[in-house]
Design a protein around this ligand. Structure first.
Ligand code: ZN
Length: 203
């Protein structure tokens, strides 16, 4: 059988792809290495570049490719601070992944935008991830205000209120905008306590 291959953009900067596999469950596993230099010391905040091995291997869910679940497999580099007492080591912080999240930031945005016009249960079923995993994403993104300044050109804004649990008065509001044909997520607001307000101005 001849297989036609197409190049796929990962849309993540600072990564080198080492290997791509399809595992037994039919999921893509993309083995990557970080090409970013150094990191910030968690103690003193200075930029550190002295290598100190690698963190444990992580399996981080990314956007699906042609309907297959896709995971990035990575061991992030660690660096040592020579200025701090005890010379502590820090795992590299990367823009595409929030520490302790099982997903890339792009995947989390995708899941949150999928909540618009639906429920947590719908998204959980459609994306094949557990209810608690969806809730974990919602919790990590909850803010109390929208930063309107980060929006330069606003064509259309979406405000969706979603119920977190059936029959409960537990809502979050998802604010999104349509800018140049794409839909960036602006904020997830908790409004259970009616404390949340949209602040700032639109200009
Ligand atoms: Zn330090």
């Amino acid at each position: 059988m001849t297989t036609t291959l197409i190049p796929v953009e990962l849309n993540i900067e600072g990564l080198e792809i080492i290997n791509v596999k399809i595992n037994r469950e039919g999921h893509y596993e993309i083995y990557v290495e970080s090409t970013q230099e150094g990191c910030t010391c968690y103690e003193c905040g200075r930029q550190i570049t002295k290598p100190h091995g690698k963190d444990r291997q992580k399996r981080i869910r990314h956007l699906p490719i042609l309907g297959r679940e896709t995971y990035l497999i990575v061991k992030l580099p660690r660096f040592q601070c020579v200025d701090c007492y005890g010379k502590p080591t820090t795992t590299q912080q990367v823009a595409w992944h929030e520490r302790n999240s099982p997903n890339t930031r792009t995947e989390e945005k995708h899941i949150l935008l999928g909540l618009m016009g639906g429920t947590v249960e719908d998204v959980s079923l459609r994306e094949g991830i557990g209810y608690e995993a969806v809730m974990g994403i919602v919790r990590r993104h909850i803010k109390t205000e929208v930063n309107w300044k980060q929006i330069k050109q606003l064509e259309r804004i979406g405000v969706d209120e979603i119920s977190l649990k059936k029959g409960h008065k537990d809502f979050v509001t998802i604010i999104s905008a349509y800018i140049d044909g794409c839909v960036p997520l602006l904020a997830v607001l908790e409004d259970r306590l009616k404390k949340t307000r949209l602040s700032g101005n639109h200009s």
